[in-house]
Design a protein around this ligand. Structure first.
Ligand code: CJB
Length: 829
């Protein structure tokens, strides 16, 4: 190993020869060792949770070995590295994913069973790491898995929040939020690096000084906080490569506040220092509106500053000429959240490395790439200028300079079109001046990516039209994908075994296009029989879970129809509930002979509403109120059930998705940038009922509209429909179901009034009324298809067979080649 030589090295090799072994007996020894010495319980008496802890530490040891070797290898080869900067990562559980990627699940299960424990039970002991809100954050996690599996020299950087996304509890049908103090029972998956820490500065003022005969800006901070690294190894599948997710925690800085200590106010001086930790305390639970909060800006700058100091230090270990920086470093901005990093890198090059403006700008423009995940204007972050000036005074000066140069360049190109100039400016003028973080990111990045083809069209023609006209070559798109390791292999082991059996190989786990060969067997009765069995097993698991969580018993013969995602008006869970009310109303008014033809349904809804989002919370309450009525109506029985799954998170998704027959992705066209939940359902052979929004357009190309249930206005029709909306009467069926809610048929009449107002009286912005008829038609088509079991099963097989394009492996390969310019750097076996 590097750094040692001679007798000392030999002795080390003698003491630790080779890698940890993965046979069940070696694993057992390691588990008992950790029970005794890490968990500090007697190996003769320990419970499931302690066994989980010991198993996790045994697995972690194996990850650390690979991690060391991978980092050593990257250092030796010195390839261009990708640094993925994201304020959110939804990692979920680590044990189940790690044992799959390391290829030691069966050995662990055997080792445990001889010790009297069950692997599945222990895996359930782990809580979720929920350091993110929704799609964007889970995408980061899937992409980390693909980066590791494809051997790319990459690191993730983020924040180690002490409180992850709130836990949702439901009391009387209302959402309540509880803190998720996820570190309470320790976290075996992270390694604290006390020696890897950097000071991060805030507030203060900027002075001008002369250094080596040159005028320089010097930032005198008003507060300094220490960022301490926590490393989370991310193992690849079928490779020894294990990359790093480095999360930063805020700690009080070592620097003494002499003033306070001298006044004798010792206690207060310490309490004030301790306040530094607040920065990494809590994740913001609303993923689309930030309202210029100081703490949010501090979080963003904190993780960006620490990450860039770390990245520059690593670069300087090997290089002394900053012009080589873009050949060695790619910096990916995951949405605008880390976009202050373009300014921070400028500041470091100018003020600390003393490079000229021109040289620094040249470097910055070659390293950053930006991916935007939204089309909603309110999700485009803005920071009030006076806040910026207070928290990051030097950065504001640099932003002015960047903007000045940009505006001059733009004037040369487009002339004095002041309306357009002001639209494109990084600084938004007005009563309150703001910094537009998206504009900043676009100006400073060499590539701007959308997350689906449809999203990219919207970016070019609407959201960032001005920029597209200026720099068409900057704009690309990479349709999102999800990792089949987590979403089939880990979460649906029975389907995984079935696929490997019929394809006669496990290679699809890293070459997912092979799934397409399932098409050849889609009508094979033997495969169909096995396929249905797998679905049944998964439905049984889900039914048990539903009963435990909500007390509702559901029939396995019913179609399980699922909508799980964040609650938002544009995602239209309200449309789904109104559809359920319509179904209920129809059944109630049916003749007995017609009732016998009804396809039984279990409608399942789950998701969290941002704590301050009133209407979203009312949608959750409505779901419960309707469920209460329907589920207790003995006249309805098993024909219809409605259940709300509380506290939706990654591990709940792992249970729900494999057990679903139908899933709904029903956003108003033009609002969902991509959508990734649909891809997970698709991989699990679940049929989609969807609008032609986001990535669904591309799913239709792969699966064929005949194998899905597509409905609703198209993207280009939505603006026109909106214009006409106030003059057109919604269909009778729609008015009837809204009236039922409004009139208090499900109780809480006053409470639901404002919710009903969002879809009536010409205010139906998300077009629930105008899409209602085609929504019901799509639902009826799903019912008809479900009756024909062979046909349904074939559609289900074809869904999985066509899901290959939606693997994050494809997305990441595309990014690596067309955006980041990085190549694999595989650790030799
Ligand atoms: N998205 O989850 C978030 N949070 C945001 O703040 C903005 C967007 C979602 O990102 C996903 C990953 O790209 C998309 O699939 C999804 O459409 C988008 O809403």
């Amino acid at each position: 190993k590097a750094g040692f030589s001679g007798a000392k090295t030999e002795r080390m090799f003698e003491l630790m020869d080779g890698f940890l072994k993965n046979d069940p007996v070696s694993l057992q020894k390691d588990i008992l060792h950790h029970v005794e010495y890490t968990v500090a319980r007697s190996r003769f008496s320990f419970d499931d949770f302690e066994a989980y802890q010991a198993l996790s530490h045994s697995v972690r040891d194996r990850l650390i070995e690979r991690w060391h070797d991978t980092q050593q290898h990257f250092k030796k080869k010195d390839p261009k590295r990708l640094y993925f900067l994201s304020l959110e990562f939804l990692m979920g559980r680590s044990l189940s994913n790690s044992v799959i990627n390391l290829g030691i699940k069966d050995q662990c299960a055997e080792a445990l069973s001889q010790l009297g424990f069950e692997y599945e039970v222990l895996a359930e002991q782990e809580g979720d790491a929920a350091l993110g809100n929704g799609g964007l954050a889970r995408l980061s996690a899937c992409q980390m898995d693909s980066l590791a599996t494809l051997d790319f020299p990459a690191w993730g950087y983020g924040l180690r929040y002490q409180y992850g996304l709130f836990r949702q509890i439901i009391i009387d049908g209302f959402q309540h939020e509880q803190p998720d103090y996820w570190l309470n029972f320790g976290n075996p998956w992270e390694i604290e690096r006390v020696h890897v820490s950097y000071p991060v500065k805030f507030y203060g003022s900027v002075k001008e000084e002369v250094v080596n005969g040159k005028k320089c800006k010097v930032w005198i901070p008003g507060e300094t906080v220490e960022a301490v690294a926590y490393d989370n190894p991310i193992p690849g599948y079928g490779t020894r490569n294990t990359i790093n997710l480095r999360l930063w925690a805020a700690k009080p800085s070592e620097g003494l506040d002499i003033e306070s200590y001298n006044t004798g106010d010792y206690i207060n001086a310490i309490v004030n220092r301790q306040k530094a930790e607040i920065i990494s305390n809590v994740l913001y639970p609303d993923d689309r509106s930030y309202q210029g909060k100081e703490l949010r800006l501090k979080q963003q700058y904190f993780f960006v500053s620490a990450s860039l100091q770390d990245i520059v230090r690593r670069f300087k270990d090997m290089h002394n000429n900053f012009d080589e920086f873009p050949d060695k470093v790619a910096l990916q901005l995951n949405d605008t959240h880390p976009s202050i990093s373009v300014v921070e890198l400028m500041r470091m090059l100018l003020d600390e490395e003393h490079l000229s403006w021109k040289r620094s700008w040249n470097i910055v423009c070659k390293v950053f790439t930006f991916t935007t995940h939204t089309v909603l204007p309110e999700a485009l972050e803005k920071v009030p200028m006076d806040l910026f000036e207070t928290v990051l005074p030097r950065h504001l000066q640099i932003i002015y300079d960047i903007n000045f140069a940009f505006m001059e360049e733009l004037k040369n190109k487009i002339g004095k079109d002041y309306v357009r100039l002001s639209r494109m400016s990084i600084v938004e003028e007005g009563a309150v001046k703001n910094i537009r973080m998206a504009n900043l990111s676009i100006v400073c990045s060499h590539t701007v990516n959308g997350v689906s083809r449809a999203h990219s069209e919207l970016l070019k023609t609407r959201v960032f039209m001005d920029f597209y006209e200026l720099w068409p070559e900057k704009f690309q798109y990479k349709t999102n994908g999800v990792t089949q390791r987590r979403w089939i292999v880990v979460s649906n082991p029975s389907l995984c075994a079935l696929i490997s059996k019929w394809l006669r190989t496990e290679s699809w786990i890293h070459d997912v296009d092979l799934l397409t060969h399932l098409k050849n067997h889609a009508s094979n009765p033997e495969l169909q029989h096995e396929w249905k069995m797998v679905k049944k097993i998964n439905k049984m698991r889900l039914a048990e879970y539903i009963e435990t969580m909500s007390g509702v018993k559901v029939s396995l013969d019913a179609m399980f129809d699922v909508q799980i995602k964040r609650i938002h008006e544009y995602k239209r869970q309200f449309l789904n509930i109104l559809g359920v009310i319509h179904r209920y109303d129809c059944i109630k008014n049916m003749e007995e002979s017609d009732r016998r033809k009804v396809v039984p349904r279990v409608c399942i809804i789950g998701g969290k509403a941002p704590p301050g989002y009133e209407i979203a919370k009312k949608i959750i309450k409505l779901c419960h109120a309707v469920a209460e009525k329907i589920n207790n109506d003995t006249d309805i029985g098993d024909l219809l059930k409605l259940v709300f799954i509380p506290d939706y998170n990654v591990s709940v998704a792992e249970l729900v998705i494999p057990g679903s027959d139908l899933s709904q992705h029903i956003s108003t066209a033009g609002h969902e940038a991509s959508g990734t939940g649909s891809m997970k359902f698709l991989m699990n052979g679940c049929l989609l009922l969807a609008t032609a929004d986001g990535s669904t357009n591309e799913i239709i190309e792969e699966i064929g509209a005949e194998n899905m249930f597509i409905f609703g206005a198209k993207m280009n029709e939505v603006p026109k429909l909106r214009e006409k909306e106030s003059t057109i009467k919604a269909p009778l069926q729609f008015r009837r179901v809204v009236r039922m809610v409004r009139d208090g048929y499900f109780g809480f009449k006053d409470y639901f009034k404002s919710l009903c107002d969002t879809v009536e009286n010409g205010k139906d912005f998300y077009l629930l009324g105008s899409d209602f008829t085609s929504y019901l038609e799509a639902q009826a088509a799903a019912d008809r298809a479900y009756v024909d079991k062979e046909k349904w099963c074939k559609m289900s097989v074809l869904s999985t067979a066509g899901s290959g394009r939606f693997s994050s492996d494809r997305t990441i390969e595309d990014y690596a080649e067309k955006t980041w310019g990085i190549k694999p750097c595989k650790l030799p076996l």
